[in-house]
Design a protein around this ligand. Sequence first.
Ligand SMILES: [Fe+2]
Ligand SMILES: [Fe+2]
Length: 321
Amino acid sequence: MVVTTLKNATLGKLSLRKHIKISDYVSTGTMPIRHFNFNFDAKTFDDKFYLQKEWASAYFYALSIFLTYGEELVIETARYHRDFITDPILKQRVSALIGQEALHSKFHNEYNDIMTEHNFPVKLYRFLAEKVFEYTFLKFPQPLKLSMMAGIEHFTAVVAEYMMKHEDHFYYSDDAKARALWMWHMLEESEHKDIAYDVYQTLSGDYGLRIFGFILAFVTILGGVSLGALLLPFLRKPSNLISVSFWKEAKTSASLLFGYENGVFGSTMGHIADYFRPDFHPNDHDTTAYLNYYKEKLFNPENGALTPFFVKEFTPAVRAA
Ligand SMILES: [Fe+2]
Ligand SMILES: [Fe+2]
């Protein structure tokens, strides 16, 4: 995907913004919003969805609960800043980002509701997340919210790329609805990974603030969500504390998430830290081939993992500013 250096003439502060890159909207084009009907079901819900490992799976369940709050922050921040965007394609992409995130949040919440029937501490985690967001992140000034939104989207892009490169990890479970939910979400996180960043670089571009927002996102996602995941198996099933089989599996779970060789976060630290580069751009990590492969495969009319749940696709209109 083509990335161009921002035209200084249009933005002022010539020497300070030389390193900034944004997407070339001629090649990125517009973005759609996809609707589904998953109709999640407690009977088919798998409580070890991720590689049949309880603790590793707990990360994804905790993430499923907490991410809806991050998405609300993204939606609110994107809505606020959309009015200041003058490029009609970037504006369209922001509208699509809002739509995609709103639907992620809706369907993850439906999935999370089903988790309560399997004794997951959804109510407690929702309460905690609500308070944290209410008293901290949602009170931040808009420029910091925008920076944090770009940081959150970098993390989701890294996780999405990891998951797209490890397709087999989705197939250790018979829970077809959870598989469809995560594969769709990962596809769209990768698809829209440059939008928040482009908005930030267009409207601000301040390097220090970008890194500060990224560190806040880092602490929240790797600290907060990990803590939630760490405690989740015991809150759900206190007998895990003395379960031999649970502790036997714990080391494997830890390496699946944080292992340097192949863990979701352990093996992607270089990609995560790439965000510190002053001339970083999300599209420096080209995922076009994966996106094309998954769009083809997941929506295949014969046997696509998303086909049974897909309702319709809608592309917001391109409007002049
Ligand atoms: Fe999302
Ligand atoms: Fe996102």
